[in-house]
Structure formats: C-alpha cells, structure tokens
Design a protein around this ligand. Structure first.
Ligand code: HAM
Length: 423
C-alpha cells in the first residue's frame, strides 16, 4: 500500500487543460457582470461561526450538519464559508455601504465548503459564482438578474436549462402558509422520512423539496405557497413575471421551489438542467430575495436579491471540451545542442512577449521525437535549430498543416511567424 498523500474526500484538484475551461467561464462572467454594473468582492474564506447561524438559519441543513467549524488558537469558533450571501451581508454592514450608495451590485467567485454526501455534482469543496444586489425592492431587479444568468449560460453554450420561479412570501404570508403545510402533513407524520419528521417541527417549508422519493407524491399535492400570498407578495410576483416577459426570458412557475436556506423572503428561483448530466443534482443555480437579512444582522433595513451557481455543475454542462479553451501553440522550436537551446530560448522569449504561444524543446532528445511532440501539442509552425542554423543565422519555418517550409532569417522570426500564422 502506498503512503503517498491524497486529497481530502470531496475536495478536488483543478488541473490543466480543465482549468482553461474554468478561466473561460470566469472571463465570461467578468465581462457580462461588468456590463450590468457588478463590481467584484473578495471576502475571506473563514468567518465567525455565529454569522452563519444568524444569517443562514439554525434550522437549515447547511448550519445543522454541513459546516466545517473549528476553534482557532485563540479559542474562537470559526467556520469555512458554506456560502457567501451571509459573508457579503456582513461586509455590506461592516463597510457602511448603505451610507455610501443607494444601490450596490457585487459579484464573487470562490470555493465554498459543505460536509455533504459526495456524488456527481456534489462536493465538499465546490466553487460558486454569485451576485448580490442591495437597495432595490422592485421586481424588475429580480428579473434583471435572472435574465443576466440566462444570457450567461446561453453564451457559454449550455443547452436545455429552465428558469423556475416561485414566491415564498414573508411575514404574515409565511405564518399562514406554514400553518397550512403543518395541517396538511401532520396526519402523514409517521410515513415521512426521518429528516422530514424533524422538518415538520423546525422548518416545514423544507418538506416540499425532500429528496426522498416516497415523500414526492405527498409534496405534489401539498398546499401551494402561491395560493397563500398576501397582496404585496402577489403584486411583486406578477411584476416579476411581467418583467421577464418584457425581456423575453422563458420561465416556469414552480410552487415547490422553497430553497434550502432560511433567509429568503418573496421571490425564489432556480435554474435547472433538463438533462441527466448531473444525475440527481439538476440545480445549477439558486437564489432569490432576502429583504430581512441585513437588518437581522444589525445593519440598516436593506432589501436584497442574489443568486449563486455551482461552477463544477456549469462546467460539466458546457459541451465544448476543455482542450478547445487552451490557447493554440503558434510555434514549437526543436533544438539540437546547448547553443541552439540558448538561442531558441532567447528567440522564444521575444515572441512570447509579443503575445505568441511558443514552446522550446529544452531536453536533449532526437529530432523525430521532437517533431512527434510538436504534432501532439498541435503546433501550427515549427522551427528546427542546430549548429548549421546558428552558423548561417537562418532556419526553415515549417507550416505543419500545409507541410510547406519557408527559409527565414532568425533576426526576422517574429514577422515570419506572424505571416506564417495567417497563411
Ligand atoms: P445554494 O442553493 O445553497 O444557494 O447553492 C447555489 C448553487 O451552488 C447550487 O445550485 C449548486 O449549483 C451549487 N452547490 C451547492 N452545494 C454544492 C455542493 N456541495 N457541490 C457542488 N455544488 C454545490 C446559495 O448558496 C445561496 N448563497 C445563493 C444566493 C445568493 N442566494 C441569494 N444570494
């Protein structure tokens, strides 16, 4: 048995060329979010444990059983962030952002940590990209964000996604709905799964998205939250639907979406794949309105709307192979001998600073092997340098696809390579 170290279960290395696909996704987010006015926030990975208990909710699965919590050397209880909505709210309050601007739009990306059952699309360290917008109550903000996400995923070439929206109400609506749910489920208590029996007392809304199959039929016939909304929430929901229609974003109304985190008030939504690529983890993105969180954490009453999507899940749904995002190799310089390697390294350096992707063979290997490698790396052009080429200051630039060779003066290599790439 090997005693070589291994990574922690559910926490994965990201290696090239896969990382090129991630970088493409990040660049697409950065560009799109900027045009909607989002600035990037980079909060710490660790927060005081209490923030999540207060911000996310004691009765959520995340806080109850999934957090990585530890004591530091000063005996403070700290937690690796399981999500970033609470951390952003903390930063929003701590930096008095509400005093500085009426509307704030932040986006973030980074690793989150949840001690969950590991399976396809579900990890213990996973990456999220998310957006949070503060200061706006109107449903057009909800629609703007949902539309932005749909545009992002469409631009990334992800097929077969559906935006599903719902409204879980707030205040009185929630009290009424909660009572209706408890009355509906109570006679079936004994048949519920163990988690749901507990949820019936702590968090009845969560009964609706139980993953246990036997509970599905019961959930399907349960009272619908949309039938229990007061005027304010009903008007908001109609406003969201109208705004999405006006932008032209297709969506489904799904009264079973309640979300696993406690802070939502009003609109909730998910973006779900209709393929089985993610097995049982079909939700790529989730979010909604959380108008009471900032005040409940001690900040000024501030409405907020946000979402986060799982990067691993989105990447898996992007059909293009990772290799297609790796910048193409423009030139491979084959070398024979130390003097040629030295000249090749200097030549390549200049070309790279001009923006070209260039590979130099630094190893002492035969010419045949070098050309095989150039082929494997997909080099568009190759150049072989040996004693004769150094003496004449000339070499042959080979166009790999056309199988043609052009003599070039080494001092004019940049111009020759640039021309060669265009032919
Ligand atoms: P969430 O639904 O817990 O929401 O997570 C959002 C997304 O993160 C999920 O839809 C999923 O794609 C991904 N995700 C969650 N857990 C895992 C996991 N263990 N492995 C892989 N991917 C995972 C939130 O976190 C909220 N903070 C979203 C939000 C922002 N609401 C308002 N603002």
């Amino acid at each position: 048995m090997s005693d070589a170290p291994s990574s922690v279960r559910g926490m994965n290395d990201l290696l090239p060329p896969e990382s090129a696909k991630w970088q493409h996704l990040e660049a697409a987010c950065r560009a799109l979010f900027a045009s909607f006015g989002y600035g990037e926030i980079r909060p710490p990975v660790v927060e005081h444990t209490e923030l999540f208990a207060r911000g996310v909710g004691e009765a959520t699965d995340v806080v109850e059983k999934e957090m990585y919590t530890f004591r530091d050397r000063s005996d403070r209880s700290l937690t690796l962030r399981p999500e970033l909505t609470a951390g952003c709210a903390r930063a929003y309050i701590e930096h008095s952002i509400a005093m500085k601007e009426p509307v704030t739009r932040w986006w973030y990306q980074g690793p989150m940590f949840r001690y969950e059952n590991v399976q396809v699309g579900r990890y213990r360290q996973f990456w999220q990209v998310g957006c949070e917008a503060y200061g706006v109550t109107e449903p057009t903000m909800d629609a703007e964000q949902i539309a932005m996400l749909v545009a992002l995923f469409t631009g990334l070439g992800i097929p077969k996604l559906e935006a599903r929206i719902n409204n879980v109400g707030e205040g009185e609506d929630r009290v009424r709905y909660r009572a209706a749910l408890v009355a509906y489920y109570e006679p079936h208590r004994a048949t519920l799964c163990e988690d749901c029996q507990r949820r019936l007392d702590t968090n009845p809304l969560r009964l609706l998205d139980c993953k246990v199959r036997a509970d599905h039929a019961l959930a399907a016939a349960a009272p619908r939250v949309l039938d229990h909304l007061g005027d304010k929430a009903a008007v908001h929901f109609a406003g969201l639907c109208a705004a999405l229609d006006a932008i032209g974003v297709p969506y489904q109304i799904d009264p079973r979406i309640v979300r696993g985190l406690d802070y939502y008030t009003g609109t909730v939504f998910e973006i779900v794949t209709t393929t089985d690529e993610l097995k049982s983890q079909s939700t790529v993105c989730g979010g909604g309105r959380y108008d009471s969180m900032i005040a409940s954490l001690g900040g000024p009453a501030t409405p907020a709307f946000g979402f986060a999507f799982g990067v691993e899940r989105a990447i898996r749904l992007m059909p293009a192979p990772a290799e297609s995002f790796v910048p193409a190799l423009a030139l491979y310089i084959a070398t024979i001998g130390a003097a040629a390697r030295q000249r090749a390294t200097a030549l390549a350096h200049r070309l790279r600073l001009a923006g070209l992707v260039v590979e130099v063979e630094h190893r002492e290997v035969g010419m045949k092997a070098q050309f095989r490698r150039a082929d494997k790396l997909g080099a568009r052009l190759t150049l072989a340098l040996g004693e004769a080429e150094l003496a004449s200051n000339q070499a042959k630039l080979k166009h790999m696809a056309a199988r043609t060779e052009t003599p070039v003066a080494l001092d004019d290599l940049l111009a020759a390579v640039t021309a060669g790439l265009q032919s």
